[in-house]
Each structure stands twice: as structure tokens, then as C-alpha cells.
Ligand binder design. Structure first.
Ligand code: GLU
Length: 369
């Protein structure tokens, strides 16, 4: 899905875009970026910004050199700088009446299913409140073993968690080249990559890692995560004012096209759930309907086992207790107990509120063959 048509977009900006080499904050640039974000919102996009800059802002405030800082010192700088960073965002984005919030994540938050589901709910609630979450790594507590250390991969995990259509990584170069463009004038910008392994053969990986803030290695790692999670990824030059507009205008950039559709990625994720929270036992009619790719309705459910919440992974069993599908429940186990066997148009009356009519929507369910 193109950036213009994207429904959920994650945009990552690096420290060098926010603070120049003379340690000046690039307010004019950030203002142009905020205006671009406002325009994306007019297209009804849900947006998350992943921003670096905590350590750089902390060092600026304390007048300390960022280079060669030890981990404990950089954590203190991140603590001092994160609030500066958010104040900056708040000051600039409020000019466009955009509400922002802060989310600090560690590697564990995005790698552990439970925590990532929690994070996902928070993102969804913030979208509903019309807030734009600004994410950074929780540098202050992340030790080296549990640290991303780069916001490229963190941003790709965020894209995966919230099922984004596009992730934009703004760098200080136009995209991924066949070699280091600063050293080799024959280096060419790669415009589109469909298969990372295949399309990168012949690319001087060592050379390309020497240019661009943070290097290209972590960006390729991020692209691998995106390709398997149904999200496209763009590496583009963010230095110019109105960086998003430049992409929409078709300027130079590198596009990594996702291998899986979002739907397939979602289904893969559902199947990979290690511990479903409960199960529902369904009748023959529902069993047949599921086989035809239909959603699971309350009418076909005979029994609920276990205690689970709305959004939890559950198993779907046939009358013989055989697992035939797995999916995300649209209702809690307590709610299903009240509505099982009932027609969908009775649900609202029984529960007393408007809700989805499917107990598991077909997009949230995978058949087990
Ligand atoms: N989380 C770090 C910071 O805000 C930056 C990590 C990165 O540059 O990718 O300073």
C-alpha cells in the first residue's frame, strides 16, 4: 500500500534530523515535518512517530560531548534529554493543534507477546483519542543486553505491533545504495527491493554501512521485520524541509515491499500464539461455516472453556474437542457465556451495549488443517 493510501503509518526520525552538528535544534525543519504530519492526518491516517534525540538533547543541555559516553552516563543524559525532546515536540506540534503523547519501550516490551499486546492496546486507545504517540527506547533502564540501541529496529517492531501499512525511516541520505555513495561515484540508489536476500546480492554491505546516520545495517534488519509483518518500509532523506511531502511527490527513496499481505502476517501471528487463553466448542453448522471461510457467530457456540478477555487468543474446538481453528476473541469468556447459541441481532440487547456481531471475525481466525 502506498504511503498516500496508508491507513497506519510509523515514521522514524533520527537525532541528526533534530539537532545539527553545531548542536542547534532544527525547529524550522520540525515545524515543516509537523505540517506534513497534519496533512497525512487529513488523509485519515493513524500515525506513530518514533523519535531519537533523548541522549543528544541531554548532552546539549548539560554541555557534554555525546561521543564515547559510557552506558550509565548516556542513560542519565537520556533521562534529562527525553523531557527536553518531548517539550520540543509539544511546542511545535501544538502550533498545528496536534496532540502528542509519549511511549517509552524496551526490547522486552516488543518481543514478549503479552507486553506487546498491552502496548498495542495503548496505541489503539491513543488513536481513538486522536493523539499521536511519540515513541523512543526507554534508554534510562535498558541495559546493554536488553537494548535495541537503534531506533530503526524499534520502529519496525512498533510497525509490526500496530499492524502498520508503512514504516518510513528518515535518514540523512536518499536511501539504500549499491555501495557507499560518498566513496564510490558509481554507487546507485536502489529504488525497490522485493526480496531482501536476493535483491541485495552484489551490494557492498560493508560499504553501505559506512554512510547514513546509524548505518544501513540496522535499517536492513528493520526491513526484514517489516517484510514478514505485512508492512512496507521506506528509507528516505529526511534532511530537507517537508520530508514527507518529498516522498509523496515521488522523490528518490528506497522502498522495501512487504512479502506478506497484512492479513497473512496477522494470521501467522495468531497461529504463533504459544498459550491460547481458552476455547469455544462449536456445533456442526458453525464448523461447516468456518470451513467455508466465514466468521464465527455466537449462534454456533455450544460451550466456553477458560477465562479470557476480549482480544485474547482462543482455540475453536469441534464437538469432538478437536482444534479446528484459532483466533482472537471479540468478546470475553463471560460475555460469550451470555450470548452463546443466540442470534447475532440479540447480542446488543443481552449485553446492553453495541458490539461486533462476530465472536471471532474471519480476518482474526486461522483454520487448523
Ligand atoms: N534512543 C536514543 C536516543 O533517543 C537513540 C537511538 C538511535 O539513535 O537510534 O537518544
Amino acid at each position: 500500500m502506498s504511503l498516500k493510501n496508508s491507513k497506519i503509518t510509523v515514521i522514524k526520525i533520527g537525532s541528526s534530523l533534530l539537532i545539527d552538528h553545531k548542536k542547534r535544534v532544527r525547529k524550522k525543519w520540525l515545524t515543516s515535518f509537523a505540517e506534513d504530519v497534519k496533512n497525512l492526518r487529513k488523509l485519515n491516517q493513524k500515525i506513530v512517530i518514533v523519535s531519537s534525540g533523548a541522549i543528544a538533547m541531554g548532552c546539549k543541555k548539560m554541555n557534554i560531548l555525546k561521543k564515547n559516553l559510557k552506558l550509565d552516563k548516556s542513560q542519565a543524559m537520556a533521562s534529562i534529554g527525553q523531557i527536553e525532546l518531548m517539550n520540543l515536540f509539544s511546542e511545535i506540534f501544538s502550533k498545528f493543534k496536534i496532540n502528542i503523547s509519549q511511549i517509552l519501550l524496551t526490547l522486552e516490551d516488543t518481543e514478549q507477546r503479552r507486553r506487546s499486546i498491552n502496548a498495542r492496546r495503548t496505541f489503539e486507545n491513543l488513536f481513538n483519542l486522536n493523539y499521536i504517540p511519540v515513541v523512543n527506547e526507554n534508554d534510562t533502564i535498558a541495559t546493554s543486553e536488553i537494548k535495541y540501541g537503534d531506533n530503526d529496529r524499534l520502529a519496525s517492531r512498533v510497525a509490526q505491533i500496530i499492524n502498520a501499512d508503512n514504516l518510513v525511516l528518515f535518514s540523512d541520505v536518499d536511501g539504500l545504495y549499491t555501495d557507499n555513495p560518498k566513496k564510490n561515484n558509481k554507487a546507485k540508489l536502489i529504488k525497490e527491493i522485493k526480496d531482501i536476500e536476493q535483491d541485495l546480492t552484489g551490494v557492498n554491505i560493508k560499504g553501505i554501512n559506512e554512510y547514513g546516520s546509524g548505518g544501513m545495517k540496522t535499517k536492513i534488519e528493520a526491513a526484514k521485520i517489516c517484510q514478514l509483518s505485512g508492512s512496507n518500509m521506506i528509507i528516505a532523506n529526511g534532511l530537507k524541509n517537508h520530508p514527507i511531502q518529498h516522498i509523496l511527490n515521488g522523490d528518490n527513496y528506497t522502498l522495501f515491499v512487504s512479502k506478506l499481505s497484512k492479513l497473512d502476517a496477522r494470521k501467522k501471528w495468531i497461529l504463533s500464539s504459544i498459550s491460547p487463553k481458552g476455547s469455544v466448542i462449536i456445533d456442526d453448522g458453525a464448523n461447516k461455516a468456518l470451513g467455508n471461510g466465514k466468521s464465527l457467530l455466537a449462534a454456533g457456540i455450544k460451550k466456553v472453556v477458560g477465562k479470557f478477555n476480549k482480544g485474547d487468543h482462543i482455540k475453536v474446538l469441534n464437538k469432538k474437542d478437536k482444534e479446528i481453528a484459532r483466533g482472537l476473541a471479540s468478546f470475553s469468556s463471560d460475555e460469550i457465556k451470555k450470548i452463546l447459541g443466540k442470534h447475532s441481532n440479540e447480542i446488543e440487547k443481552i449485553l446492553g451495549y453495541v458490539s461486533k456481531s462476530e465472536v471471532i471475525h474471519k480476518d482474526d481466525m486461522v483454520e487448523i488443517i
